[in-house]
Write a protein that binds this ligand. Sequence first.
Ligand SMILES: Cc1cc2nc3c(=O)[nH]c(=O)nc-3n(C[C@H](O)[C@H](O)[C@H](O)COP(=O)(O)O)c2cc1C
Length: 201
Amino acid sequence: MKRQVLLITLALLVMLPSLAQQKKSPSFDEVITSRRSIRSYDAKKKISEAEVRKLLTAVQDAPSWANQQPTKYYVAITPEKLSAVQDMVGGNKSRIIGAPVLIVSTYERGKSGFFQGDPANEVGDGWGAYDNGLSNCYLVLQARAMGFDTLIMGMREADKLRKLFSIPENETVMAVIALGYRAEEPRRPVHRSLDDIVKFF
Ligand SMILES: Cc1cc2nc3c(=O)[nH]c(=O)nc-3n(C[C@H](O)[C@H](O)[C@H](O)COP(=O)(O)O)c2cc1C
């Protein structure tokens, strides 16, 4: 009996430090409230291709018009491609210089918003942009759940990015998303009041 107690105590002593080190997954609320646009990245912290793949697997679950899944991603992860993309985001360059991954998002036109080849309503191809935003929303939230940070950039040079990644002409280039680890704590921006943006009837 004494021997058993001793063994269990020893096992606990060995396991406790590693249990304490294990990261607790953040709650959905924590993901939502801690996600912020990050404009300064820790260049020492890298993200592997396997981690980016895991991140994008979550994006595959995003909803889209008639499940058309029009969003595509072009991932810059090598030093050469990262440096090229950094020069294609205008004034954003200084904000994302330390980010180890830059992701260009596009959507294929003529898929979302169409029924039997014709626009289903007045929004037309705009539904492709809508679906792209949904996919990117999954991306930035999943990134936060994995402990990463992001910056969505609408200020980017579409033509240069198209050339760099050989993006087909039937795809519209949307945001470039920086992925990395925050190097500074962001401030929560001012938000419009709920009564300003919602009307109940
Ligand atoms: C479509 C879109 C385009 C954006 N483009 C830029 C950009 O080019 N540069 C930038 O610094 N932030 C950009 N942002 C980030 C917004 O400024 C940011 O989301 C907003 O100020 C709210 O702050 P938060 O993300 O920290 O909550 C963009 C966000 C979205 C959704």
